[in-house]
Design a protein around this ligand. Structure first.
Ligand SMILES: *[C@@H]1O[C@H](CO)[C@@H](O)[C@H](O)[C@H]1NC(C)=O
Ligand SMILES: *[C@@H]1O[C@H](CO)[C@@H](O)[C@H](O)[C@H]1NC(C)=O
Ligand SMILES: *[C@@H]1O[C@H](CO)[C@@H](O)[C@H](O)[C@H]1NC(C)=O
Ligand SMILES: *[C@@H]1O[C@H](CO)[C@@H](O)[C@H](O)[C@H]1NC(C)=O
Ligand SMILES: *[C@@H]1O[C@H](CO)[C@@H](O)[C@H](O)[C@H]1NC(C)=O
Ligand SMILES: *[C@@H]1O[C@H](CO)[C@@H](O)[C@H](O)[C@H]1NC(C)=O
Ligand SMILES: *[C@@H]1O[C@H](CO)[C@@H](O)[C@H](O)[C@H]1NC(C)=O
Ligand SMILES: *[C@@H]1O[C@H](CO)[C@@H](O)[C@H](O)[C@H]1NC(C)=O
Ligand SMILES: *[C@@H]1O[C@H](CO)[C@@H](O)[C@H](O)[C@H]1NC(C)=O
Ligand SMILES: *[C@@H]1O[C@H](CO)[C@@H](O)[C@H](O)[C@H]1NC(C)=O
Ligand SMILES: [Cu+2]
Length: 799
């Protein structure tokens, strides 16, 4: 009985790859649903069959994507053509970025306008031609008293006499892809801040030991809050003096001085701007004069200086750890990749999965058309927005609620450090985006690798045998460093058909000055409060379970008292599972249940398995914390982040709702161009195309161990996307990296290794410890005028 089962479950793919080295004959494989996908995998594996079975290799298996990647960003030529075409449009009155001032109209960004889903699916599934390509351009109109950005659709591409530039409004539920902006005069605002710094230089010298006057000898800098504050019809900002780092480590967010001032920066005439308040140590003065009078009185004391030091340094420091001089355990990939990649199309196949990688300026790395066993399970999966909402006694921190897609996860995704961020043997993929009339390439910004997580996927022991299966995950990873914070984004594919979505955070916290801040965080250094804040990261998950007509099933485990006929007169206290469907968007604003009692599964009611159960995919919190925003009806965020109120939402798919957020929502949070709240408008979820939005994140209460930088081990959050009754058995049993040890009274009688061949070769450790001398930074290619030969290397984020 046992023998037969094991033999049946061993994969035909394995049999092909191993040939006659197997020591047991295999019957044909049990055919799973969607065998086509596995067969496709097989063909790329057969190409590699000549690979020496016991030798080692560092080869990469290549494949050809079945379809071209219609989700990939624009090519260099498309960027250049779109830029030139926009400049030809007289009505835009554009000035080349290289010549522009704040009072000109400029192209801010260009990206691919993602194709409409119905067109994309027709192409992917039904052999229709590829959807027409359009660019999505953001133009800033600076040549006006009320500057704004307007979004445009440009195309079709390539540019012909059929192409046009039209307003892009349909993906913005304010009705218009337009946003008034308030930071067009950033340079003038900085000048104004320095004027204030100069005015109070004598006081800052005495009180906080430094000056910020716009000189090279400044030892302080001035930072303002984000998002822009609109109150009483004025545009205002809180600003704080920070000590400038004295060592190599750029750790100013650990060095707030606690001295803050409020500016009224309404309108575009700096002569009309003013300072309308000062804050220090819990006290508020409404005018600079009042503050200076107070500060010049002899009993006005400094509450302590922000002094840079080793506590902000990321270099190795402190007593050496035992045996730490020895090199740590290191993962190997002895026979090259076991995934296949089409580098040009950024398409990957692995163990029954296939997917396309996308990359956008706003949201960085994305996944498209994830298929499993030859069937699409995910049309789209990716980050939408990340917020970091602070709360504090001090006004700047209290007014801080970053919506990071404004800064862009694309521009923030820098080159990974091989051997540290990802194994040296990983496949590294470039990422490109466009800003300010140049395309930027971040070499090696995405990594792809397979690794053994260090625990088996399954095991069992009985009286005369032990059986254990190895586990390998395929990881796709990128890191976005948005200012002080580093977000590590990861998608892990498991051989049981599940997908793990994880975000981890490192980098510097944005601390507050310690004085009076006890209710908002721990006191973690001399004058530093580890200011509390919530991180909430919103993801879109467009599952397609056996087609786009899907429903949302809820399974609830509940306590129950049941009178069974086999227990007359003795009711039994027990439990049951209750199943129903959430049929309306309004009922699908979900928080994860207390005690994990409720499970949500996207199913296709028309696709039952052979036992009559709906085949589906479940989403469930995995490791780390899962949060929604603590603040209710946030004063800072208005209605710009209504995706942060719950853990999970289900809405109907619409081409007019491709994304839950918009980068410029931070400019006027009460009047966002995309308000996710409007996605939830009572539409049916019964056999409709369902899109889930879920949040990852954490309530971050930084403590002393967040110095110098937060650690990924504790700052992480993840979700699992798991097949439920989708596959007839657990597909991880197909791996041959499985062992059964038979024994009897202490004597091993047989070891079945299912054809696994342990590679025999000498290890060249040089391929394990990476050579970092080739670290590139950023490559910038001008697009207006277009000059590929003028490509130059720059420091990351320099432009
Ligand atoms: C910048 O302005 C100069 C002077 O008007 C002009 O000659 C040049 O072509 C402009 N550059 C671009 C890229 O338009
Ligand atoms: C075009 O922009 C320039 C500034 O670049 C501005 O001076 C001019 O008034 C604008 N023209 C129109 C018609 O808006
Ligand atoms: C557009 O371009 C095509 C091909 O170059 C040409 O045949 C056609 O006449 C053009 N149409 C117009 C309206 O210019
Ligand atoms: C700052 O102090 C210097 C020297 O004590 C003095 O000359 C100057 O007038 C002071 N500046 C202001 C703005 O008070
Ligand atoms: C004040 O700043 C100067 C450098 O600008 C530094 O040398 C000095 O140590 C600082 N004083 C204190 C008390 O930290
Ligand atoms: C703000 O402006 C609006 C429209 O101009 C006006 O109705 C309102 O009274 C103003 N509010 C304040 C506080 O000035
Ligand atoms: C990635 O970028 C680097 C640096 O520009 C370049 O040398 C390399 O060819 C690029 N790789 C691919 C696959 O395009
Ligand atoms: C949110 O807060 C604002 C300002 O305090 C208030 O006007 C509004 O009614 C609140 N909305 C809700 C739904 O509580
Ligand atoms: C995509 O869908 C939107 C909304 O239905 C529509 O307005 C737009 O024209 C479509 N785009 C294309 C290229 O068909
Ligand atoms: C490391 O890479 C650099 C440049 O990419 C190369 O010059 C150097 O020889 C390499 N060093 C080793 C030890 O391979
Ligand atoms: Cu944090």
């Amino acid at each position: 009985m046992q023998l037969k089962l094991i033999a049946l479950l061993v994969s035909a793919a394995a049999a092909q790859a191993i040939g006659d080295t197997r020591h047991k004959l295999l019957p044909p494989r049990l055919r799973a649903n969607g065998q086509a996908g596995l067969d496709a995998q097989l063909s790329s594996r057969q190409l590699e069959a000549s690979k020496a079975e016991s030798g080692c290799s560092d080869g990469t298996i290549t494949t050809t994507a079945p379809k071209s990647n219609i989700f990939a960003g624009l090519t260099d030529d498309e960027f250049a053509d779109t830029t030139a075409f926009l400049h030809q449009q007289k009505f835009l009155n554009l000035t080349a970025v290289s010549n522009a001032t704040a009072w000109d109209n400029i192209i801010v960004t260009i990206d691919l306008l993602q194709p409409n889903k119905s067109d994309a699916i027709n192409y992917l599934d039904n052999g229709a031609p590829a959807p027409p390509r359009y660019a999505h351009a953001t133009v800033q109109f600076g040549a006006t008293l009320e500057p704004y950005v307007q979004e445009y659709q440009v195309g079709p591409l390539p540019i012909t006499n059929q192409s046009a530039v039209t307003e892009l409004n349909y993906i913005y539920n304010s009705g218009k892809g337009k946003q008034r902006i308030y930071n067009a005069d950033a340079a003038s605002i900085a000048t104004f801040q320095y004027q204030v710094g100069t005015q109070v230089a004598n006081i800052t010298s005495r009180l906080i030991n430094g000056t910020a006057i716009g000189s090279a000898t400044d030892t302080l800098l001035i930072g303002g809050n984000d998002p822009v504050i609109h109150e009483l019809n004025r545009t205002v900002q809180w600003n704080q003096f920070y000590a400038i780092n004295t060592g190599f480590a750029v750790d100013e967010t650990l060095l707030p001085t606690g001295l803050e001032f409020k500016t009224d920066i309404t309108g575009r005439d700096p002569s009309k701007w003013s300072v309308i308040g000062w804050y220090y140590g819990g006290q508020f003065w409404p005018t600079t004069r009042a503050f200076m009078t107070a500060a010049n009185s002899p009993d006005f004391k400094s509450l302590g200086l922000a002094v840079d030091g080793s506590f902000g340094s990321t270099d190795s420091q402190g007593a050496q750890l035992p045996h730490d001089d020895l090199y740590p355990p290191t993962a190997l990939q002895p026979q090259g990749t076991r995934y296949a990649i089409d580098m040009e199309q950024q398409y990957v196949e692995w163990m029954g999965f296939s997917f396309y990688i996308g990359f956008t300026r706003d949201t960085g790395m994305q996944l498209h058309n994830v298929e499993y066993q030859g069937q699409r399970v995910i049309y789209e999966l990716g980050l939408q927005e990340a917020l970091a909402h602070y709360a504090s006694i001090d006004p700047l921190q209290s007014a801080t609620a970053y919506l990071d897609s404004y800064y862009g996860f694309g521009p923030s995704s820098f080159e990974l450090v091989q051997g540290f961020d990802c194994p040296a043997y990983a496949t590294y993929v470039n990422a490109s985006f466009y800003t300010q009339e140049a395309s930027h390439t971040h070499a090696n910004a995405i990594c792809l690798f397979e690794y053994d997580p260090g625990y088996p996927i399954s095991r069992h022991i009985a009286s005369d045998y032990t059986t254990v299966s190895k586990h390998a995950d395929l990881i796709l990873r990128s890191v976005a460093t948005v200012g002080n914070y580093d977000y590590m984004f990861e998608y892990a594919f498991h051989i049981d058909g599940s997908i793990h979505v994880t975000v981890r955070a490192s980098g510097y916290i944005q601390g507050a000055y310690y004085a009076e801040n006890e209710e908002y965080g721990f006191h973690i250094h001399d004058v530093l409060s580890g200011n509390m804040h919530d991180h909430v990261l919103n993801y879109k998950l467009d599952l397609d379970v056996l087609g786009t007509k899907n429903s949302l099933m809820r399974s609830n485990v509940v306590p129950a008292t049941v009178q069974y006929n086999w227990s007359p007169g003795v009711p039994r206290n027990t439990m049951k599972v209750e199943r129903d469907f959430i049929t309306n968007e309004n009922d699908a604003q979900i928080n994860w249940d207390y005690n994990g009692a409720t499970t949500y599964t996207v199913v296709n009611k028309d696709q039952k398995n052979q036992y009559g159960e709906y085949r589906g995919y479940t989403v469930t919190p995995a490791s780390g914390s899962i949060v929604h925003l603590t603040v209710q009806n946030s004063t800072d965020l208005g209605s710009s982040a209504n995706w942060a109120t719950n853990h999970l939402y289900a809405v109907q798919q619409h081409d007019s709702e491709p994304r839950s957020a918009y980068p410029y929502n931070n400019q006027d949070t009460n009047k966002p161009a995309v308000d996710f709240g409007k996605f939830i408008n009572g539409e049916s979820l019964d056999q409709e195309d369902i899109v889930l939005y879920f949040n990852l994140g954490m309530h971050h209460l930084p403590q002393t161990a967040d110095l110098p930088v937060t650690v990924f081990t504790t700052a992480q959050s993840s979700m699992l996307i798991i097949p439920q009754n989708y596959i007839d058995y657990n597909p991880s049993k197909a791996t041959i990296h499985n062992v059964r040890v038979n024994f009897n009274n202490g004597v091993v009688t047989d070891i079945d290794t299912f054809g696994t061949v342990v590679p025999q070769c000498q290890l060249d450790f040089g391929s394990v410890a990476a050579n970092l001398s080739g670290y590139t930074g950023e490559i910038i290619t001008p697009k207006y005028p277009y000059d590929p030969s003028a490509a130059q290397v720059a420091n990351p984020g320099a432009a």
